[in-house]
Design a protein around this ligand. Structure first.
Ligand code: CP
Ligand code: NVA
Length: 305
């Protein structure tokens, strides 16, 4: 049966660790995997802009011997030019996998249900699973462990935060979320993450101030205050999040060697300052690079025979 990657909630901890161990192999020996997806094509159906996700999937697919096809918003015009089901059924006749970047998460679920080839969520308003996998892979690579690590997420309880919650909870990584009132992560995700954390031994904690969240943290993570599609709320959000900026003062409140992470793109001077992004603790470009390595592992798992 075909397998999709729509939410980290659907992955067992062992499956995540399996993706990480294949990623290690891919990083160590790129040439060995240069033909594993020969003759296969990945469609990239994007309804929002992208740098990392689009490029890392396209290049990753090429490095595995396969091909990719970028389908811009105006071309497929999902659900407008034709129904999601018809797009899914048609693309399934041509390609071996589909990455969808979309607004409503239910579009991912519907595309996956109707397609006969694997569907990968390349970001929806609800989640960004490929990002969270690359993030926790990066944490493991840098700190040589996952269990017992504390990741403090400071900012908006958005798609990236939701996926990090599932991933941390499954892998035994403590996660502190520091966000203003009214901008907490999805209540159901928090509830599920807490339940999953009981099994893995992780702690999931919500704070309404940034300093409490980063105390004793090994990793500080942030993302934009206004995500794609929320541009008209940007001004209101700047006001709401003003005490949640990752800057020198906040970083001082965490451990001395705290890793600084951001999914990028960053709005420098808003959620994070230039000096912190340029500082020795920031690993944001290693994190961005790992998007490609981890996704190559995902592609092999889902599209390889
Ligand atoms: N982090 C991330 O998904 O970046 P893009 O929006 O550029 O793909
Ligand atoms: N939360 C951001 C992530 C971008 C990679 C957004 O959805 O725009």
């Amino acid at each position: 049966m075909k397998k999709d990657l729509i939410s980290i909630k659907d992955l067992a901890a062992a499956e995540i660790l399996d993706i990480f161990s294949l990623t290690d192999k891919l990083k160590k020996n790129k040439a060995k995997f240069s033909k594993v997806l020969a003759g296969k094509t990945l469609a990239l159906v994007f309804q929002k802009p992208s740098n990392r996700t689009r490029v890392s999937f396209a290049v990753g697919m090429f490095q595995l011997g396969g091909n990719s096809l970028y389908l811009a918003p105006d071309e497929i015009n999902l659900g407008v030019r034709e129904s999601i089901a018809d797009v899914a059924k048609t693309l399934s006749r041509y390609v071996d996998g589909i990455v969808l970047r979309t607004f409503e998460h239910k579009n991912c679920l519907e595309l996956a249900k109707e397609a006969t080839v694997p569907v990968i969520n390349g970001l929806s308003d609800f989640s960004h699973p490929c990002q969270a996998l690359a993030d926790l892979y990066t944490v493991q690579e840098k700190l040589k462990k996952l269990k017992g690590v504390t990741l403090a997420y400071v900012g908006d309880g958005n798609n990236v935060c939701n996926s990090l919650l599932f991933t941390c909870a499954k892998l035994g990584v403590n996660m502190n979320v520091g966000c203003p009132k009214g901008y907490a992560p999805d209540a159901l995700v928090l509830k599920d993450a807490k339940t999953l954390a009981e099994a893995s031994g992780a702690g999931i904690n919500l704070f309404n101030d940034a300093f409490s969240a980063v105390k004793d943290a090994d990793v500080i993570y942030t993302d934009v205050w206004a995500s794609m599609g929320q541009e008209d709320e940007a001004q209101k959000r700047k006001e709401a999040f003003k005490d949640f900026q990752v800057n020198k003062n906040l970083v001082k409140a965490a451990k001395a060697n705290v890793l600084i992470m951001h999914c990028l793109p960053a709005h420098r001077g808003e959620e994070i300052t230039d000096d912190i992004l340029a500082g020795k603790n920031a690993v944001v470009f290693d994190e961005a690079e790992n998007r490609m390595h981890v996704q190559k592992a995902i592609l092999i798992k889902l599209l390889g025979r």
